[in-house]
Design a protein around this ligand. Sequence first.
Ligand SMILES: [Zn+2]
Ligand SMILES: [Zn+2]
Length: 84
Amino acid sequence: MLELRPNCECCDRNLPPESQEARICTFECTFCADCVDKVLGGVCPNCGGGFVLRPVRPAALLAKYPASTKRVLKAEGCAPVRAA
Ligand SMILES: [Zn+2]
Ligand SMILES: [Zn+2]
C-alpha cells in the first residue's frame, strides 16, 4: 500500500492525498509536478527512475487506511541527476 507522503521532497510543498500534483517513483519518492517537470526533468534524484501520477485514494478508504504524516525532505536539496 502506498504511504501517500504529505509533501514534496524537493520544495516541501503540501501534497494532500487527493492532490493531482503528486508524482511518485517506484520507491514512492514523492515530488510535486512542478519539481518533476522543471527541476528533475522527470527523473527521480534518489533512484534514477521515472515518475507516475500518484493515484488518489478514495476518501472512504482514507479513513481506514490513512495517509502518512511523516514528511520526507531531501536535506541536500534536489538537483537533477547529471550524467557524468
Ligand atoms: Zn516540489
Ligand atoms: Zn525514487
